[in-house]
Design a protein around this ligand. Structure first.
Ligand SMILES: [Zn+2]
Length: 425
């Protein structure tokens, strides 16, 4: 059991905790004196110190041997990157997490100006999507967000490196991505949110997990948490406990925010979490066409990056199918699928739906096609459909992330976005 101090709500924190926060900030300032690699790599420290869970087995908190410098995944590492390396884009705080941490986004290009004359629902009823999007209906607006689940690092690394490409043309390995640059230039407005669930990410005190072979138990513990007896809360069982009562856990995992809520399954029509509200407000302001929601959780027996079909408006299905084909075709050509058979790998008919969730809510809120992309993990290997072991290196995981971004942007630029996908008259 963790002591009661760990579960005290934020507003009840004692002076002692506040003093620790000051010390944390002081230490962060000292750390900033180190080299840029160290700064970007970042430790576990963050704006608000995470609650402490002393009974997590020490071995679970082992870092990977020699994590590459490009693996920028912590709250501090991302904050430092946004503060020091983003010049062309505009960094803004779009909300504050349940635990009091800022949620940061980076904005590029021209937003949709002006307003439409009706709500999104009204536009569907009128058969006139332009009446919702307003005079700039034909601008293309793209949102990429990661770490809605705080224990899933691949998307964060992908988006930080995407930002590096947008800023310099190169990822953090120094590798150029001219097609990413070219496709991004065809998008009017880009919004990148590297860490949505800042509380959950701050709770998992690792930059890169130790590799666990074909055993996914420890990465899953870090993600979905463990009960007081150390037993795995697990997926999908964790979804039966929202909000999760942290006092029943040894470690709540990176899934929930500090209110215990898994943001993929918030109370969307009732009392929304601040992170969800920040996304809803952003979506209402920006009226995006496409939202990529980056997760880590590829199927263990077909262990490759895969897009899931959301529960969405029926009218968006053709656009989803096209996006799926485009992204998975590129992944096949990159060697990142289970076979080279496009008829199988790029067939949107094979994708799985996991029911009504954040992506559905975003679609019905603002008309965006919002899709989950599940990456394999750096922390464990899986299998292909023949039963062979598949392990993705950190380099390969980053390549997949950037390829997905590149092809999703290309698809949006080629097809013109929501008002053209299913716009009515
Ligand atoms: Zn996830």
């Amino acid at each position: 059991m963790t002591g009661p101090e760990s579960f005290r709500p934020r507003h009840m924190r004692t002076m002692k905790t506040d003093d620790l926060r000051v010390l944390h900030k002081w230490l962060s300032v000292l750390l900033l004196g180190c080299g840029i690699g160290t700064r970007l790599a970042g430790g576990g420290a963050s704006d608000s110190p995470p609650r402490v869970f002393p009974n997590v087995p020490q071995d679970y908190l082992r870092e990977a041997d020699n994590p590459p410098d490009f693996w920028v995944s912590t709250v501090d590492g991302v904050t430092s990157f946004l503060g020091g390396r983003v010049h062309r884009g505009t960094v803004a705080v779009i909300g504050t997490s349940a635990g009091g941490r800022p949620i940061r986004a980076v904005f590029y290009g021209r937003a949709r100006n002006g307003r439409g004359t009706t709500t999104f629902s009204g536009a569907i009823g009128a058969g006139a999507m332009r009446a919702y999007f307003g005079p700039d209906f034909d601008r293309k607006v793209y949102v990429a967000m990661a770490s809605v689940h705080g224990g899933e690092f691949e998307g964060i690394v992908g988006l930080v490196n995407l930002l590096s490409v947008l800023e310099t043309g190169n990822d953090l390995r120094g590798r150029p991505w001219p097609e990413v640059v070219a496709q991004a230039a065809r998008i009017d407005r880009l919004v990148v949110i590297p860490i949505v669930n800042v509380d959950g990410r701050a709770r998992v005190p690792l930059r890169m997990e130790a590799f666990r072979g074909n055993e996914s138990r420890i990465p899953e513990y870090l993600n979905t948490g463990g009960w007081s007896d150390g037993g795995l809360i697990g997926w999908p069982a964790c979804k039966a406990y929202i909000p999760l009562d942290f006092s029943r856990t040894q470690f709540p995992g990176g899934y929930p925010n500090d209110n215990g809520v898994n943001l993929m399954h918030d109370d969307f029509f009732g009392s929304r979490q601040p992170e969800t509200q920040a996304l809803f407000d952003l979506a209402a302001r920006e009226r995006p066409d496409l939202i990529l929601n980056l997760h880590t959780g590829a199927g263990a027996n077909d262990y490759y990056t895969r897009m899931h079909v959301p529960v969405m408006e029926e009218a968006l299905r053709p656009a989803f199918n096209g996006l799926y084909r485009a992204v998975h075709t590129a992944l096949v050509h990159g060697g990142f699928q289970g076979s080279s058979d496009l008829a199988v790998e790029a067939d949107p008919g094979r994708t799985t739906s996991f029911g009504f969730n954040l992506d559905s809510a975003l679609d019905f809120h603002c008309g965006a096609l919002s899709v989950v992309v599940e990456s394999p993990s750096h922390g464990y290997s899986g299998k292909n459909q023949r039963g062979d072991v598949v392990r993705h290196s950190a380099d390969q995981l980053l390549d997949q992330q950037l390829l997905v971004q590149q092809e999703a942007m290309r698809y949006l630029a080629d097809t013109g976005g929501r008002a053209r996908w299913a716009g009515g008259k």
